[in-house]
Design a protein around this ligand. Structure first.
Ligand SMILES: O=C(O)c1ccccc1NCC(=O)[C@H](O)[C@H](O)COP(=O)(O)O
Length: 391
């Protein structure tokens, strides 16, 4: 794809980002991106921390305009860096630069226009906007303050290991899921706390709570309510994370773990977010769907929990043999050597499916549809495993 990489243009220095290179081809961008720990999050932080009292930068732009331009530049860079790592999901719709952009790039609009290529891309674009708006209302300093009142983070991986050792079966992450883009409404009569309690009673090790409202009819209120109701299973905030700000937000709402999707996040973002997770006491479940994503994730230091999603999030196609395929050979060996816990995700409906992914090498599973649809979700767990795992 011809993109920014083909453009070589002098780059004007700004007061906000240090030592920008004079040429701007892809390798240069990658280095620059690396050196600056680049993300929208860090750019915002840089602009915001430049001068708390002034609203005009030395180039005469207002801070808000500057911020918009920087965010747009970063967005374009993120798309380019991501595509160099085989990530097809673009972080934002391709669009022209903001009104006051006077930078050197002569961007052409991409031919595809502003239509997302698939559902995952649509979700990500929507999330990006949603998070920008939320951040306006709750800046990071406010979240950092709120962290003081957050309930302590609990040991997500420890709970999975303990369940696996206790039952000899994969530890269950049971998903509180009202709806999904692929299946529509899964459960009409949806009481998140009741479902969570029923899962816990049925032997779930951990819970996954969908917080996306638009596509999954979930919410952070659900997450918070489940935590406040005294459910002891550690909680995964099942969200589409595109910005480190969301990690802080999830923690303030009682999350013990978060999901990082390799199909969406470039390596540098995953590394950066893992560091922040560690700082906040959050466990990162890093999700992959193919060999390339898996290899990228295995090259990242400090990964302890990896999910293989059997659902292709671009096409919805479900195939549990993906888990087997990815864990065969050298990759499976690396996993065992490093004692990484693998989670088999999506499309698991019966004891045969569980046996199949366990045989492939998973020590945990993430299940939504097959159990949330049961009138008694806790009993649904017994049906899924073919036995009562609560004892
Ligand atoms: O479930 C979907 O339709 C979906 C669509 C687009 C992005 C993500 C999606 N699901 C997220 C998940 O990975 C599942 O909720 C989770 O693994 C449980 O899957 P299942 O047991 O098949 O409900």
């Amino acid at each position: 794809m011809e993109g920014l990489a083909s453009l070589k243009a002098p780059f004007q220095a700004t007061p906000f980002l240090s030592s920008r290179p004079k040429t701007w081809d892809l390798p240069t961008q990658l280095n620059f991106y690396k050196r600056n720990s680049f993300s929208t999050f860090s750019v915002r932080a840089q602009v915001e921390s430049t001068d708390g009292s002034s609203t005009v930068s030395s180039s005469g732009e207002s801070v808000t305009e500057t911020l918009k331009i920087k965010e747009w530049e970063v967005g374009m860079l993120q798309n380019e860096v991501a595509s160099s790592q085989g990530i097809r999901i673009r972080r934002r719709p391709p669009s022209g630069p903001p009104l006051h952009y006077v930078g050197p790039f002569q961007f052409r609009l991409q031919n595809e226009g502003n239509t997302p290529r698939n559902i995952l891309e649509e979700i990500v674009w929507n999330k990006d906007k949603e998070v920008s708006q939320l951040k306006e209302r709750k800046p990071l300093v406010v979240l950092k303050k709120a962290l003081e009142n957050a309930p302590p983070a609990r040991d997500f991986i420890g709970a999975l290991r303990a369940a696996n050792e206790r039952t000899g079966l994969p530890g269950l992450i049971a998903e509180v899921k009202k709806a999904s883009p692929s299946r529509g409404i899964l459960r009409e009569n949806f009481d998140p706390v009741e479902i969570a309690q029923s899962y816990e009673k049925g032997g779930a090790a951990c819970l996954s709570v969908l917080t996306d409202e638009k596509y999954f009819k979930g919410s952070f209120e659900n997450l918070e309510a489940i935590r406040k109701a005294g459910v002891k299973c550690p909680l995964l905030c099942k969200e589409f994370i595109v910005d480190a700000w969301q990690l802080y937000y999830a923690r303030t709402k009682g999350a013990d773990a978060v999901l990082l999707i390799a199909a969406v996040l470039p390596d540098l973002d995953i590394k950066y977010m893992i560091k922040i997770c560690k700082l906040l006491g959050l466990t990162a479940l890093v999700e992959v769907h193919d060999e390339r994503e898996f290899d990228r994730v295995l090259a990242i230091e400090g990964i302890e929990l990896i999910g293989i999603n059997n659902r292709n999030l671009e096409t919805f196609e479900l195939d549990i043999s993906i888990t087997k395929k990815l864990l065969e050979g050298e990759r499976g060996k690396i996993i065992r050597e490093r004692d990484i816990i693998m989670v088999g995700e999506s499309g698991l409906f019966n004891p045969e499916d569980i046996a199949y992914v366990q045989e492939a090498g998973v020590r945990a599973i993430l299940v939504g549809e097959s159990i949330v649809k049961q009138s008694d979700p806790g009993k649904g767990i017994s049906n899924l495993f073919g036995k009562d795992i609560s004892v």
